[in-house]
Write a protein that binds this ligand. Structure first.
Ligand code: CMC
Length: 462
């Protein structure tokens, strides 16, 4: 509870009487003082507010964490109103212009930009851990030919923990470092194997002579040539996209990594939880959904009808809206600049015209303006991925590769934070209480099993 004149441990300075919230419980007439620190109050400070001694105490209710800070973090700063995104204090546009994805990964994880020597060593380590155990190849082969690559990635990242059991020593800084290196190094390899599996093509092993994005392009697209020569413009565009996707503070997948990681499981398993969360269409799956949406719209003349359908809530305008950005998403603006560069190499994607027109019309429409809905990072990234000849199923995978560095940075920070405890929210129980078990013969039919089409595979049909 408020200890107004005490020096606060969080570096926030001396708390004064003004740094408190006075709360009067109208049920009892009691008034309480709650400390305000960094613009927040601690939910636990409300627990003392009770109507009687045996009352559990007041809880806060915030089902989607829309107004709850779950941690203190120094990794990623977002000002949603001003459209600002910074990694460790460096503006995203400067990083996209001057840095590389691997340097940014180092910055996110270790907090500072590396010296030349540190960067060389980091790049060397990552380059030399890109190979995966041959058994991983075997179980990728075990997936159905049409398995979604995110499902394959989720399984293979989780499986990495079985290859590196020492990673469970999460207090060992050496192990933490190796897990970071291995995950960043192997994620593109796992992604490329999943892609080649879908196509029935032989897997391509990593090429240590190539840059991080160049090697990824090689593992994806190398055919009969002895050495794959990635187009530097495409490698650069990919690198920029990966910088943009590297971290985004406490989003759904990062929250999943922190939540699962708080059980002190190994980091591979925690990151697998992040991959699972990213898979969903409201998160990393949105770029895939944008392309499917553009396909459905088909041509610019169908845009008005489509937007009317969105306003009637029959569907969402995918790639629009954001929980945090309410004026513009700075990542969308940077991506838009790179779209043309990519199309110079690959040829123009006609869907770009639909996307541009769709964005323009939505920005002119009161429904979207009033709700502060703008194009987000996923609106244009899918077009670049499609120009690179990637199937839509691969788009979310392209998000997971760079987000790995953010997940690891956030996992490390959580793991080293003295305030970390196992994540365990409370609930408001709404169900029945203390019912006597009813013998089966005496039960009335009160519920019906939901009817769904079965997806069971009939082995006789192949
Ligand atoms: N199309 C149509 N209406 C929308 C959209 C949209 N894309 N997004 C929000 N709205 C409406 C929503 O119906 C609500 O209207 P009302 O107040 O009349 O009920 C209002 O705008 C506020 O929306 P919300 O659902 O409260 O916003 P949220 O913060 O819960 O959701 C979001 C954020 C990203 C899930 C949502 O905007 C959305 O579903 N967008 C489409 C999916 C998408 O592009 N996701 C990628 C996000 S960026 C990548 C990432 O970081 O994961």
């Amino acid at each position: 509870m408020a200890d107004e004149q005490a020096q606060r441990e969080d570096g926030g300075g001396v708390a004064t009487a003004q740094d408190t919230l006075s709360v009067t419980d109208n049920r009892t007439g009691e008034t309480y003082e709650v400390e305000i620190s960094d613009g927040t109050v601690r939910a636990m400070d409300f627990r003392q507010i009770k109507v009687s001694d045996d009352d559990f105490g007041l809880m806060t209710y915030d089902p989607a964490f829309t107004n709850t800070a779950s941690c203190r973090s120094s990794i990623c700063y977002i000002d949603g109103e001003a459209g600002v995104l910074e990694y460790r204090g460096y503006p995203i546009d400067q990083l996209c212009e001057k840095s590389t994805y691997l340097e940014v990964a180092y910055l996110l994880i270790y907090g500072e930009l590396p010296t030349q020597e540190q960067l060389d060593e980091w790049v060397f380590e990552i380059t030399h851990h890109t190979f995966v155990h041959e058994n991983i190849k075997k179980f990728v082969e075990g997936f159905r030919y049409d398995a979604h690559p995110m499902g394959m990635l989720l399984a293979t990242v989780g499986a990495l923990s079985t290859f590196y059991p020492d990673a469970k020593n999460i207090d060992d800084e050496g192990e933490r470092h190796m897990a970071a290196v291995r995950m960043i190094a192997k994620m593109p390899t796992l992604a490329a194997f999943a892609y080649r599996h879908n196509l029935g093509l032989p897997y391509v092993y990593p090429d240590n002579d190539l840059s991080y994005p160049g090697n990824f392009l090689s593992m994806m697209f190398k055919m009969t040539e002895v050495k794959y020569e990635p187009d530097p413009r495409l490698a650069k565009a990919l690198d920029v996209l990966w910088i943009l996707h590297a971290d985004h503070e406490q989003n759904c997948s990062t929250n999943a990594v922190r939540g699962v990681g708080s059980s002190e499981v190994d980091p591979y398993s925690a990151v697998a939880a992040g991959v699972a969360a990213l898979y969903g269409p409201l998160h990393g799956g949105a770029n895939e959904a944008v392309l499917r949406m553009l396909d459905r719209i088909g041509s610019a003349e169908n845009i008005p009808d489509f937007l009317e359908g969105v306003k009637r809530r029959e569907q969402r305008l995918m790639g629009f809206g954001h929980r945090v950005y309410k004026n513009f998403d700075p990542r969308a603006q940077i991506i838009k600049k790179h779209v043309d560069e990519v199309f110079e190499v690959t040829g123009r994607n006609p869907k770009l015209d639909i996307a541009v027109e769709l964005e323009k019309r939505a920005l002119d429409d009161d429904y979207f303006v009033e709700r502060k809905l703008y194009a987000n990072v996923d609106f244009y990234s899918g077009l670049i991925y499609e120009a690179l000849n990637l199937p839509t199923d691969m788009f979310t995978v392209m998000f997971a590769i760079p987000r790995t560095s953010g997940w690891i940075a956030q996992w490390r920070e959580m793991q080293m934070d003295e305030e970390t405890k196992i994540a365990r929210p409370r609930q408001i129980y709404m169900g029945a209480r203390a019912r006597d078990y009813t013998p089966i013969a005496e039960r009335d039919r009160l519920t019906d099993k939901p009817v769904a089409e079965t997806n069971l595979i009939d082995p006789t049909k192949g």
